[in-house]
Structures are given as C-alpha cells and as structure tokens.
Design a protein around this ligand. Structure first.
Ligand code: TNX
Length: 769
C-alpha cells in the first residue's frame, strides 16, 4: 500500500515535470522567429489530419501541400489538404504586412497560419512543419505546444550560391537544395553558371557554348589527359527548376561571369576572346588570363545570351560576375587599347566599368538589375547596379554609402568551401577554417555603413565554391548544417542570437535534413582528441593524457576503451583521460535525449600511433601560409585521402616530433597536379634549389624559415620521374641518436611547374633501448 502510494506520487511528479518541460523546452525552430509567445496546452496533430485552405486560394493550397510534403518526409505523418475550414488552417490576413511575414497561432482547438502574401503562408507552413517534427517518434501523433508566433525576416536576401561551373551537378541535386533552402527560409539561390572550367547554360543561338564550353579534359594523375568531364543544363530543365523554386519562395539569380573567368566562353567562341587564340576549357583553378573582348560585336554577343538568360530566369537580378579579371590580355591587345582611346578611357579598370555599364543599361532597359562581385566598383558603377561583397566588407561599405544595394558574402566566413573543422576526416576545401560558430557570429550589417544607408544592405549569402566539391555529397557536406546558421543570421532579429540555444534547435533540423536525404556534416559535434603535454613526454612516462572535446561544445561526451561503440550509457567524460598507451578511445557526444550528436570517432593511443602524424596534423611552413586541403586529383570523388598543402611553398612540418626517441621514419608522399592559375601571384611561388631533375624531399630538424637558415639535414630523397612513378609512394630512413625533440621540416624542391608534392603521413619508429 505504502509502496503504491509513493509510486503514485512519483508518477505525478514525473508527469508535471514533463508538462512543465514541454512548455519551456526550446521550440525546434531554425531560424528563430521574430516573436514567440508561449501559451497553455497543446494541439495534437495525428496521421490523416486535415489542413484547410480558403476555396480558390492557389497560394494557400500550395503552402498546405508543401507542409504535407515536409511533414511526410520529416515526421512520417500524412496530412490531408482540403478546401475550407479545418483544425489546421491557412488564412489570408491583409493585416499581416509584408510578403514574407506570417502569424502562426496554436491553441487547444487548432492551428492557424495567417499571412497576406504567398511566401508568408509558405514560411508559416515551414515553421509548422518544424513544430511537428521535433522528436524521433516517427509516424506517431505529436503535440504542438500552444503559442503565438509573429514572424518576418530581418533581411530580404538570404542567399546561397552553388557553383556547378567548377564541378557540374545534376539538376536533381538543385531541386534538393531548393527544398532545404525553403525549409529554413533561405530565399535566393545564386547559380554560378559559367567559369573558366565550364559553361553550364544552354544558349540556343550559340550552341558551341555548351558543345565545347561545357566539357573539359582534366589531366589524370599520371599527367596524361583523363576522360572529359562536364555537362550543362538545358533551358527547359532550368525553367522547370525556376518554377519549382518560385513555388517554394526561392528566386534564382543566374550568373554569367565576365569579363574574367571567361575561358570556357573563349574556348567555344575565340572570336570573342582578346588575342585570337583558342584555349581549351580550363582545368586550372584560380585566376586564368582569358577575358571577354569589349568590342561591339562581343557586347552584342553577350546581350544575345542575356536575352536567352532573361527568358529563362524571370527574377529581378542578373549576376554578371566581374571578379578576378586580370587585365593582361586587354593591355596586350592593340584593338582593346584603341577602343579605350576612342572612348577616352585611361585604365583597363575603367574599360571594365564601361563594359559593365553597357550590360547594366541593357538589363535596366528590360526591367532587370545587374549585380556583380565587388570588383565592379573599382572603375565606377552605374547607379542601378548592386554589389556582392566578397573581399571582406569594404566593398559593401563603400557601395552602400554610395547608394548601391549590397549583399554581404565575405570570404572567408561565408565561403562554404572554407573547411568547417581541422579534423583529419574533413573532405577537401580551403584551409581557412570557418566553423558553425563563425558563421553564426557573422553580422551582415557591417559597421561603417551610414544609418540612412542601412536599407541598402539587402542581406547575406554563403557561397559553396566547388573546385574541391565533386559529388553532391561533398556539396551538401559544406552547406549543412552551416546553412542553418546562415538562415538565422539573415532571418532572425539580431537580438535573438544565442549560439547555445541555436545548437539545441539545430539538432532537430539536422534530423530533418538527414531524413530528407541530405548529407549533413557532423564536424561541429564530433569528438576531437588532444594530447596534453608533448607526445615525447607521454612516451617517456608511458602515460598519455588525452583531452576530449567537440568543436561546438554541445552534449555530453561518452567514451569506451574496449573498442565498443559508445552508447548513451557509456562512461561520461569529465576530465582528460590518463592512460597507459595502448587502448583505442572511442567517443561521441550525446544530447539530453540520449541521441548521439555525431558518429563516434576513434583515437589510438598505442606508442606507434603517438609517433605518427598525418596531413591534417602538420603545420605549414611558414606557419599561417595560405593553405588548401586537396584531393589526389581534381575529379577524385572520395573524401579521402586529402592533403593539406601550401601551393606557394611546398613545405610542411611535423610539429614537436619526439626525435629523441626515434631511430627512423617512414614518410608517405603524394604527387598532386599543380593545376592553378595564379596570374600575378606567380611571383610568390617559392622555388627551392633542386639537385636532381625532379627535385628532392629534404627533411631538416627545424624549419629553415622560422628556425634560422642553417638547419641540420636529416635526410634527402630524390623524387621519382612523374611520368613513370605511381602518384603515392613512401621513403624510409634512419635517424641518428642524440637529436632533440622538435619540428621536422619537410621541404620539396621540385620545379614549380606541374606537379607538386604533399606529405600524407609521417611515422617515426621508436628507438629500442
Ligand atoms: C575566389 S569569390 C573566386 C572564385 C573561387 C573562390 C574560391 C570570387 C568572386 N572568385 O572564383 O572559386 O575564390 O574560394
């Protein structure tokens, strides 16, 4: 009896705690709405629930269908859109002002989404889809807590750029991106449709743009040409995409990049190039010299292309690039120089400005607006042109203060080709690491814009440049989950920013993305390992102390030492683990609901492992040099192997190596294609003295650059003939006794032409006592 009473009491306490929890638990919403008021009670949404829309309201019906589609995929519940009234209903309300604004009210009797605009109804639907899919009870009814949401975006341009020019992606991939942009209220998809490496937009009047310009033949790893790669979108395909995106509130901004990044165009139509030669479609990343000719017939050629582009893309903005156009070809062309004199232009920058003006005026006459990368500011800009600022924020500040509309898209923070962690399992990209937190911290309204000019800041955009993103998997990996941070900084009020709260709200969104088939990086939540003190000390003491942490600092870390996969019941990590070298630590972070936030990662503590370092653990020499994390070849589709490399000085260092304990080593080396257009930066590439024809790998104790010029050479290995050697090989050598612990510098002295080399891994062998 007494036992029963206490059981009853315990149950009552549990229930009331759970109810209180439901009212205060963070709502699973990303981006955070402008205002949320919680109420009492809830409304339960079950399988088969009706969703009503006003008779004859096509926009509301579309929003209801989208709601049903998301809830089906993300929560396993089938909702039934109907005309007329229902407990869940969409209504038009002229009092909710703003095309993207909506109100969402939930009480015990039902759910009401109200908006004046189609996009408002749509965003209300996306918010409700998130409220319905917070937990893992797939297919089960869900109680949506009572609340009142009044929501509208902070910025009008919430953009994402996809770069199918560098690596072509199938059209279906873009459909998936549009779906997931809409889910987090991103509304602008910028398609970088042309570049040196490929032309992806079908132009009926100039078919060679895609017959020739859509395909390139990258060198294979042996140096011989590999199979051609590429592809393009037909106008019919793009029209379909535009309509699909419009129905999800997403406008597509097409980009034709000019006058630089135009090598594919010149490959197809050399008569619109500058010097008359016909290049191949480029397989060199970076900055290539081929420019569009500013002559009258080439201006008309582009206008013809723009006519076809505008017929496919009905949106206001047309992006015409303007970035990284080195002017060597214009400088060398008597014809371009004569044109400049004729126009009274003194510099090639002014020539670029003039050219952009021609197109700006052409677009304006058709009711469109030109937008370009911030370089278009340099020689003066037509008033109607808008600027996408990528070289930091200065372009945006200058442009907005001059009265131009601007979009903030600064490298490296909003460059999604920047790696999101320093993990060794991160796929290739730029080594300037921009974490989820970095994106979340970004403030799209730069200081320095006069208050009366703030309205010129249209919003923010992230760019997933795709030199190193070959597969849809890889593109998705850089976009998700950082797109959620982008969505929140561009939609939510600035005052609502709260990274910890965001991390909680992000988990359900990650689950939704995964259920929708997206690859979502777990880099921010995966456990990373740091040896405390030096590896040498650990080896000497036969005791290693390892700290475990996740980048985002979310969840409880749990680990095993017996090789089993950690579960929510595994040991909770509280303080650095002090171990006798040998075991492998396997750890993962778990959320409050006991779900793992990331796949478990391993850390081997064997003595051999403590003496091994791989590419992601090396430091650049000189430290801080521009770094890339590159695949073995430009078309490699696997995430690994990936090599951290500084293409300006192929030197890398094994930091704080336990040399005093080592008697030998193995270095694993990869030969990589040097396929970079460096333009004027070519002078920054460091050539080191080579003795043998293909150069050597020189190992020194300490780095000549940082530790003084004369460093003891530990070993020298001539590099094999690239024409016949495999592209991965290894060198082994011995080390003398008596060396002090310290950096091992690994310098390649190969000629600075193609190829170059990177170290994949270095393993030291332990000296027997
Ligand atoms: C610079 S940003 C570029 C692109 C590259 C990108 C790589 C810009 C307008 N031009 O061509 O893909 O860096 O991060």
């Amino acid at each position: 009896m007494i036992r029963n009473a206490s059981l009853l009491l315990a149950t009552t306490l549990l229930v009331s705690a759970a109810t209180a929890g439901a009212q205060t638990a963070p709502l699973p919403l990303v981006p955070m709405p402008q205002s949320v008021t919680r109420g009492a009670g809830s409304f339960t949404v079950s399988d088969g629930a009706h969703v009503g829309t006003p008779a004859g309201d096509a926009g509301a019906a579309a929003a209801a269908r989208l709601l049903a589609a998301h809830v089906k995929t993300e929560r396993g519940l089938t909702l039934a859109p109907v005309q007329g009234d229902a407990p869940i209903r969409f209504v038009r309300d002229a009092g909710v002002t703003g095309e993207e604004a909506y109100r969402l009210d939930v009480d015990g009797r039902g759910i009401r989404i109200a908006a004046s605009g189609d996009r408002g109804l749509l965003y209300g639907a996306m918010t409700l889809a998130q409220l319905i899919s917070p937990d893992r009870a797939f297919g089960k009814p869900t109680a949506v807590p009572a609340l009142a949401i009044a929501d509208a975006p902070r910025f009008a341009w919430r953009g994402l750029m996809i770069d199918p020019a560098r690596h072509f992606q199938p059209i279906e991939f873009l459909y998936g991106i549009v779906d997931q942009m809409a889910a987090v209220k991103l509304n602008t998809l910028h398609l970088h449709l042309t570049d040196d490496q490929g032309w992806r937009f079908e132009v009926k009047r100039y078919p060679k743009l895609t017959e020739i310009g859509a395909w390139r033949t990258p060198p294979s790893s042996g140096g011989a040409p590999g199979p051609r790669v590429g592809g393009f979108y037909t106008q019919a395909q793009l029209r379909g995409l535009v309509a699909y995106a419009a129905a999800r509130g997403v406008a597509i901004v097409p980009e034709i990049d000019l006058p630089g990044h135009a090598q594919a165009l010149v490959a197809a139509y050399p008569e619109h190039g500058v010097l008359g030669d016909r290049p191949a479609v480029s397989h060199d990343w970076g900055v290539n010299p081929y420019l569009l000719n500013p002559q009258a017939k080439s201006v008309r050629f582009i206008e013809d292309i723009l006519d076809e582009l505008m017929a496919v893309f009905p949106g206001t903005y047309i992006h015409l690039g303007g970035d990284e156009a080195v002017k060597d070809q214009w400088e060398r062309s008597p014809q371009v120089q004569a044109q400049m004199r004729g126009l009274g232009l003194k510099t090639e920058m002014q020539m670029q400005s003039w050219l952009i003006d021609q197109f700006g005026a052409y677009l304006a006459a058709k009711g469109r607006r030109l937008i370009g990368w911030d370089e278009i500011l340099e020689g003066g800009l037509p008033a109607s042109a808008s600027v996408m600022s990528w070289r930091g924020e200065k372009g945006a500040v200058d442009a907005a203060n001059q009265g131009h509309d601007v979009v903030l898209s600064p490298a490296p923070t909003l460059y999604f080709d920047s790696l999101q962690s320093d993990r060794g399992d991160e796929p290739p990209g730029r080594l300037s690491i921009q974490t989820l937190a970095d994106v979340y911290k970004y403030e799209p309204m730069p200081a320095g814009i006069a208050p009366d000019k703030a309205r010129h800041v249209l919003g923010a955009q992230a760019n997933s440049w795709s030199e190193y993103l070959v597969t849809p998997y890889q593109v998705q990996h850089v976009i998700f989950p950082r797109a959620a941070a982008l969505a929140e900084i561009s939609w939510s009020p600035k005052a609502a920013r709260d990274f910890t709260g965001f991390l909680d709200r992000l988990q359900p969104q990650i689950a939704r993305w995964r259920r929708s088939g997206m690859e979502v990086a777990d880099s921010a939540f995966a456990v990373g390992y740091t040896i405390q003190g030096s590896a040498a000390d650990a080896l000497r003491a036969n005791r290693v102390t390892v700290a475990l942490a996740t980048q985002a600092g979310a969840g409880t870390i749990r680990y095993t030492l017996d090789g089993s996969v950690p579960t929510a019941r595994a040991h909770a990590y509280a303080a650095p683990l002090s171990l006798t070298p040998g075991a492998t630590i396997r750890a993962a972070a778990f959320g409050p609901d006991g779900a793992a936030l990331a796949t478990a990662r391993d850390f081997a503590t064997s003595r051999a492992a403590l003496m091994t370092r791989d590419a992601s653990q090396f430091t650049a020499c000189p430290r801080g040099a521009l770094g890339l994390r590159v695949p073995l070849s430009s078309e490699a589709t696997a995430n690994a192997p990936a090599f951290n490399a500084n293409i300006f000085d192929t030197c890398t260092a094994y930091p704080a190596a336990p040399l005093s304990l080592s008697d030998g080593f193995t270095v694993e080396v990869a030969r990589l294609p040097r396929h970079y257009g460096l333009a004027h930066d070519i002078t920054k590439v460091r050539q080191h003295y080579n003795v043998t024809p293909y150069g050597e790998l020189v190992l020194t104790a300490g780095c000549p650059v940082t530790d003084g010029p004369k460093r003891p050479v530990l070993a020298t290995f001539p590099l094999p003939d690239p024409a016949s050697a495999p592209n991965r090989f290894r060198f082994t050598g011995t080390l003398p006794a008596g060396l002090a612990d310290g950096d091992i510098c690994m310098q390649f002295t190969s000629p600075t032409s193609d190829p170059f080399y990177a170290v994949e891994r270095m393993q030291l062998t332990e000296r027997r006592k």
